[in-house]
Design a protein around this ligand. Structure first.
Ligand SMILES: NC(=O)c1ccc[n+]([C@@H]2O[C@H](COP(=O)([O-])OP(=O)(O)OC[C@H]3O[C@@H](n4cnc5c(N)ncnc54)[C@H](O)[C@@H]3O)[C@@H](O)[C@H]2O)c1
Length: 419
């Protein structure tokens, strides 16, 4: 394979539009060539097609991804799949059936059985597919994990993720699948944990993967409490605790039911130091002997850099994509076990919720009273919201042996909303 890498992008709207922009810039640099794209209703993207200069670039536009792949299969090196979560598997299968590797947006799927079928199907592609978890390729992350594996900070004792991304109610109305547990008979499980901030969850599993550089922690057991503040089918607030097979305890607190600035902090507690990593911010190493190291990662354009890294792999210049499908197994397992452990999604009562107006954005954000303290207590001390007065019973332990129960559990959650 040689540059320019020949690409087909499935989709034109939503995040597919960002991929179009990134690929157009890479095409200007002679590194990529967009051969084809599609959408069920291409006419709805007439303005975008003009802005992206499809006519001048000779881009073929289809209204069906299967017809596109069939017509263009011999002129493509890679297919990009930035489409709704529940369509990833069928689109990936269609691409690899022609031997074409795919850049599949995260999450690959949140249905663990479908995930295993995707992993198996990927063997049909000429090269491994990539899952678009944005931050694994960051140089500062790879350098720090190398130091972790070399034992510089001592053994890992635990790791936490605090990730708050405020989302207004309109976020859940932007398409048919946002905030949904199921669509028809397909599992969707869209949420802050499984989708919006999935990359940071995957990052924590990456830090605590104790094999080689590209290793992710394997999950042994999970406890979780899932809540909803917004009027959606799924959960918008997650408290999750997981034991890895290496005996490391991970804690995650993520929510879309919040206001103010977005933030995500990954913390890795080791015997000799605590590492604090905030994507887009500073990296800080606090040594137990009192020293502090601080680093400012290079500014980073995730989509462009991930495409470039994948091109290098496709060209044979690097040995592997940042996240292969099988590397996402701990993430898919952890997400599924969070639902199985929680057993239900607890609606937060009205007196625990309030709306905060962002005057600049002219949007209203739902917030949960006392959230900061509850999160801190959970992440630092392991005190569950249910023990701090949130109205639900404690979580049960779920292990990978429980995975086959996922579809039935999710169907019960859907019926509970309908009642
Ligand atoms: N990596 C990131 O930073 C990042 C950011 C945002 C979204 N995402 C991911 O991108 C994916 C898409 O999310 P979204 O919010 O843009 O979704 P979306 O519902 O807006 O869909 C994106 C596009 O997919 C295309 N599409 C939908 N159904 C199709 C079909 N049947 N055939 C062909 N094309 C079809 C359409 O062109 C649509 O506009 C998700 O997996 C999401 O998690 C990743």
């Amino acid at each position: 394979m040689k540059t320019p890498i020949r690409i087909g992008i499935i989709g034109m709207g939503g995040f597919a539009g960002s991929h179009h922009q990134a690929i157009a810039r890479l095409e200007e640099r002679g590194l990529a060539k967009l051969i084809c794209t599609c959408d069920p209703n291409p006419a709805a993207f007439a303005a975008e097609q003009q802005n992206w200069r499809f006519a001048a670039r000779g881009v073929e536009v289809y209204n069906d991804y299967r017809a596109m792949l069939h017509a263009c299969q011999h002129r493509l090196d890679e297919v990009v799949i930035p489409t709704p979560i529940q369509l990833h598997a069928e689109m990936h299968l269609a691409a690899v059936a022609y031997g074409l590797p795919a850049y599949v947006e995260k999450p690959p799927t949140l249905d663990h059985a479908e995930f295993e079928r995707m992993v198996a199907a990927d063997a049909r592609a000429r090269k491994s597919s990539l899952v678009g978890f944005n931050f694994i390729i960051e140089q500062s992350r790879l350098a720090l994990k190398t130091r972790l594996l070399a034992g510089e900070f001592g053994a890992i004792r635990g790791a936490t993720l605090c990730a708050l991304w405020p989302r207004p109610a309109g976020y859940f109305a932007r398409n048919a699948w946002a905030g949904r547990l199921m669509l028809g008979d397909r599992l969707v499980l869209d949420s802050c944990f499984g989708n919006g901030m999935a990359a940071f969850v995957h990052n924590l599993l990456f830090w605590t993967g104790t094999g080689d550089l590209y290793s992710w922690a394997q999950i042994a057991a999970v406890r979780a409490e899932l809540y909803r503040g917004h009027a959606i089918e799924g959960a918008d607030t997650f408290f999750v605790e997981a034991d890895t097979v290496d005996g490391i305890t991970l804690r995650f607190a993520t929510s879309h039911a919040c206001s103010g600035p977005s933030g995500q902090t990954e913390l890795i507690v080791c015997d000799k130091a605590t590492l604090r990593y905030s994507v887009g911010g500073q990296v800080e190493i606090r040594w137990n002997d009192g020293r502090t190291e601080r680093m400012q990662p290079e500014p980073f354009d995730p989509l462009t850099e991930n495409h470039l890294a994948y091109f290098r792999y496709l060209n044979g210049e690097s040995p592997r994509p940042a996240t292969k499908l099988a590397d996402a197994r701990p993430f898919v397992t952890l997400n599924a076990l969070a639902y199985l452990s929680s057993g239900r999604i607890t609606p937060l009562p009205a007196d625990q919720l309030s709306w905060k107006r962002d005057e600049k954005e002219q949007k209203d954000y739902l917030q949960i009273s006392g959230m900061a303290a509850v999160q801190e207590n959970f992440l630092v001390r392991g005190v569950w919201p249910s023990a701090a007065g949130w109205a639900r019973s404690p979580a049960e332990v779920a292990t990978p042996a429980d995975l086959p129960r996922l579809p039935a559990t999710i169907r019960e959650m859907v019926s509970a909303v309908a009642k």
